[in-house]
Structure formats: C-alpha cells, structure tokens
Design a protein around this ligand. Structure first.
Ligand SMILES: [Zn+2]
Length: 440
C-alpha cells in the first residue's frame, strides 16, 4: 500500500488537495487503459466527509460495487447506509396498518405477499441480541421470479453503531452466544442484556415475535429482558433498507429500478477526514488572517485544527489484479504503463546485429521514447519468444531469418490486440509500434 496523508489549514484548501489527489489517481487508472469504476461513499454515512474508491470489476473481487445505469451513481455495498430511498419512505406502511392491500413501499406488490425473513446477530460484548426483520422476496423490474433476499450486514452494522451497539457479524449462532451470556450474569435487572429488533421499511412491525420465545431452556426465573424496536434511520423519520442490492433494484439517488451489483477489486481510496482526528489529538495550526479571509472568516491569527486527508493505492494488489485480469494461457500481459518494458526485440540465432538495428529504430532518436529490451541471450529463438510471452511484454518484435531476408521485415506480435501477428518493414516499424502502444 502506498499511503499519502495530507494536512491543510482550511476546508477550502483541503478540498483542493483532495481533488488534486483524486485527479492523479484518475490519470493513473486512465493510463492503465483497463475498465475501472469510482465508487463514492454516501456523505451522510461518513459523517459529512468525502471518500472515493477505485475498483477493477472482476469476478474474483471481494467487494461488491453497486452501480446505477440511469444516474451514474456507484457505491460499495459495504458503505450502503441502510437508509431507505425517498421513494420507499413515502409509501412506508405504519405499525398499525394491517390492511393487506397496503403497498410494500415500492408500490408494486401487496404487502401481505411478502414473507418476512429474520437474521439474528449479537453485539461484541455479547449482551445485545439483534433481530433484523427484512422482506424475503421483492418483485423488481426485469426479474420474472423474485429471488430470495439477503440482509446487507454492513448496513445493519452501520445503523446499530449509531446507537452505540458494536455488532459482531462473525458469530454463527448468535442466540446460543446470547443465552450463554445470560447464564453467566447474576439475574438482576441491572445487567445490560437486551434485545433490539430492527425492521426494514417494507416489513410489518406488528409481527414482532415475543421475547420469551428466545429464553427457551434458560432458567430465567423472573428475568426481565429489555427490548427496543428500531424502524427509522438514525436522526430521521426515514425508514430502513436492510437488503443487499440486486439487479433491477431501485436507485437510492434517482429512484429508477436500474441498480446492478458487480464483484470488484478495490485498488485505491481517497478520503477526506476533516478534523475527525486533529480535534481529538489537538493537532492545531496557527492560521494567518489572509487565509482565514479566503475561507470566508475574518479575524486575527488563530489556532485551528488541521484538515486531514488520507489516500492510498494498493500497488502490489494492483499488480496482482492486472495480471489476473489480462493473463492468458501463454503468460502475463501488461498494460504498457506498468510493463517492465513496452517492447521486446527477440532475434533468431545469427541475427543479433540486425536486431540491434531493429532496437535502435523503435527506441527512436527523434524524441520518441519507447522503452525496449533486446533479448541477446544465446538461447533458442522459439524458447526466447515463449519467454517473452510469459513475461508479458505488450509488443514482441521477432527478428526471424525468413522475414528479415525478404526485405528487412520484422514480425510484430501483440496478444492483447486479437493475437496480432504481422510483418512490417524496418522503415515502417517505429510508426507502427507507437500506434499499437497508444492502444495498450
Ligand atoms: Zn440512479
């Protein structure tokens, strides 16, 4: 990981720095000429701060990126806030609306047709049992058979952390762990053991299973377990969306049913931290009045907390991701921006001197700079060509006897451009090579 930490004296300067770093990252990804996505974190979720992630879409990726084809909104599933889109919220059924004809919030389905799923988890201190109730099936556009839904555990974790509950999503049998904790405690009402029920906006709250069912097999005596109910996004009147997004789901920004999740590999991250750490650490700087005025404040020199940013590129992760995406059965295949050399010149035995001419012609003496390597090892021609394929040079120039003897022709090979193999004369070579490089 290559990290960069930035410090500015004002928010305005910090935003300039942030955008400069983000732009540099964009340039780097553009140079790789591989498909990438930039996902933004919902600002509300990050406490008003700003963050972007750079990903390669790849079935091998560990992250799930959800993108909207209508409004270009892209977000990491891990950073979904759990807040319902406005379109859900306006039709939200209330706790006492028992009418079977009430819409489910999407306005397309009878609420009574939804079966409710329950997902159970526990806090890290084992005292809080969390029951999440979510719609097991939803009908969305473009899906003839409604698929079974899953809880987005990250959203749930984020919602609960706003209430001081640190969820441990790794526990397999949360109920057993919670019961175990009850039996360790003295049976008093002072203990913090409790149940929190969290409801997705599309699920009826009145179907709440009784707490005493949970205590089966526990010698609870007159144990009085506290319970609370959560069906609003923290600090708002908006309902909760606890589901992992599926293709055809409604976009939280534009409301169109055009979301699409894809696996992706996260490679870089830009993050504006603001004063989150400098406040706590009292990392202050004296700011002169001119800068304060620029930031819209007036007054004398004062101490202000520094505005921080942190940014990182996973360099080794990028190398492995690129090799995964582009490698084929012959070997690696590098984009020219990160290849060890852009061009490999490989001569047949006896054509070493001629290969130097080829090398000189492509590296260029007119300011055209191509990074090339001449394989002058005394190995078999075919062996060297296979080795060049294995290493993954973007362009291989094979100087073989047959083509060279028919008018100084060189065979140009490029696996990434439809396995291109063509012979080009020495005179035409520099122009041809640079036109290929512009595509790699
Ligand atoms: Zn959208």
């Amino acid at each position: 990981m290559k990290d960069l930490y930035t410090f500015d004296s004002t928010e305005v300067e910090a935003m300039k720095t942030y955008n400069t770093v983000k732009e540099a990252y964009v340039h780097l990804f553009e140079e790789l000429k591989l498909p990438y996505v930039v996902a933004s974190a919902a600002s509300g979720n990050m406490g008003g701060n700003l963050s972007h992630e750079f990903h390669f879409p790849s079935p091998k990726g560990e992250d799930t990126i959800v993108s909207c084809s209508s409004c270009e909104y892209v977000f990491n599933e891990e950073l979904a806030s759990g807040k319902c889109s406005n379109n859900h919220a306006k039709d939200k059924p209330t706790a006492d609306s028992k009418s079977a004809s009430t819409s489910d919030g999407l306005g397309r389905q009878e609420a009574s047709a939804i079966s409710t799923g329950q997902w159970t988890s526990i806090s890290k201190d084992r005292k809080v049992l969390v029951r999440a109730f979510y719609p097991k099936f939803l009908i969305t556009d473009g899906e003839s058979e409604p698929a079974q839904r899953e809880v987005n555990q990250h959203s749930l974790k984020s919602i609960l952390s706003a209430y001081g509950i640190d969820l441990d999503i790794g526990v397999k049998d949360a109920l057993a762990a919670w019961k175990g904790e009850i039996q360790k405690q003295p049976l008093t009402t002072e203990q913090n053991i409790r149940v929190v029920d969290v409801y997705d906006a599309r699920v009826r709250v009145y179907d709440r299973p009784p707490i005493k069912e949970l205590l089966e097999g526990v010698p609870s005596g007159d144990l009085n377990i506290r319970s609370s109910l959560l069906d609003r996004f923290p600090g708002t009147e908006t309902g909760l969306d606890l589901l992992r997004a599926r293709a055809g789901d409604q976009c939280p920004i534009c409301g169109e049913p055009t979301l699409k999740p894809d696996q992706a590999i996260e490679l870089a991250h830009t993050f504006h931290l603001g004063t989150r750490y400098s406040d706590v650490l009292q990392a202050n700087v004296a700011v002169n009045p001119a800068i304060l005025e620029e930031a819209g404040k007036k007054g004398h020199t004062e101490m202000v907390p520094v505005q921080m940013g942190c940014h990182g590129i996973g360099v080794s992760r990028m190398i492995s991701a690129v090799s995964d995406i582009l490698a084929d059965d012959k070997g690696l295949n590098w984009p020219q921006a990160i290849a060890p050399f852009q061009v490999a010149v490989v001569p047949a035995k006896g054509l070493e001197k001629e290969a130097e001419l080829v090398y000189d012609s492509v590296v260029g003496r007119n300011g055209e700079s191509v990074d090339a390597i001449l394989d002058d090892r005394s190995k078999d021609f075919i062996w060297k060509l296979r080795d060049a394929d294995l290493v993954g040079y973007p362009i291989i120039l094979a100087v073989g006897k047959k083509s060279w003897n028919s008018g100084n022709q060189v065979e140009v090979q490029c696996r990434r451009l439809d396995n291109l193999r063509t012979t080009v004369s020495l005179e035409e070579l520099p122009k041809f090579v640079s036109s290929l490089l512009s595509k790699l």
